[in-house]
Write a protein that binds this ligand. Structure first.
Ligand code: FMN
Length: 193
């Protein structure tokens, strides 16, 4: 059973909804998964990250990048970076922001760079976007992320209202994908390939 830690920040609860949907997908796919809010990482939290087969990064996009709280966690990960102790773990990421685009991709690109600094293995959404004339806001992957999972919450919507159900379902399916990829990667690693 792959161990997955979803390490995330959410200032006002919207990104937390995405994290919970990703978690639901990983659990449904049989992973031993948990949420780890960046503000609650103690020694036990760092130990959980060290023991994980996959780490999924999540943060709202603030001012065109990951929130400062997430960046603080990323900077603190310089300790495992020194020993390259996250090397060959699966990595993936998600963000949520108010504007449909809103420079979300800068946040995802930051996660990719963070994962590469740790010599991790990046996995994207593997999901086609809903981008036809017939597409509606609640379709799967309507926000259209390939490199990472993208969700959108209108600026005046509460976490009870947003992100919308389609984005949360996309997040759940993303969790299923990451759990499956992690299980396959782990099985291959054990086989020495
Ligand atoms: C300081 C700050 C900066 C923000 N910058 C952006 C931005 O660059 N792009 C965007 O689309 N939304 C931006 N937003 C909106 C948030 O991304 C949006 O409200 C999001 O749903 C917040 O997620 P959270 O509730 O998990 O904190 C910003 C919000 C704040 C508070």
């Amino acid at each position: 059973m792959p161990k997955i830690v979803i390490v995330y920040h959410s200032g006002y609860g919207h990104t937390k909804k995405v994290a919970e949907a990703v978690l639901a997908g990983t659990l449904e796919a049989g992973a031993d998964a948990k949420l780890l809010p960046v503000g609650e990482i103690d020694d036990a939290g760092w130990a959980e990250l060290a023991a994980a087969d996959a780490i999924i990064f999540g943060a709202p996009t603030y001012m065109g990048g990951p929130s400062a709280d997430f960046k603080k966690f990323a900077d603190a990960s310089s300790k495992p970076w020194f020993g390259q102790t996250w090397k060959d773990k699966i990595a993936a990421g998600f963000t949520n922001s108010a504007t449909m685009n809103g420079d979300k991709f800068s946040t995802i690109q930051y996660f990719v760079t963070l994962a590469m600094q740790h010599s991790m293995i990046w996995v994207g959404t593997g999901m086609m976007p809903s981008n036809t004339k017939a597409a509606t806001r609640n379709d799967l992957n309507y926000v259209g992320g390939f490199t990472g999972l993208l969700a959108q919450s209108p600026a005046d919507a509460s976490p009870e209202e947003a992100p919308p159900a389609g984005d949360l379902e996309t997040a759940r399916m993303f969790g299923v994908r990451i759990a499956g990829a992690t299980a396959r990667w782990k099985a291959g690693a054990h086989a020495g390939v």
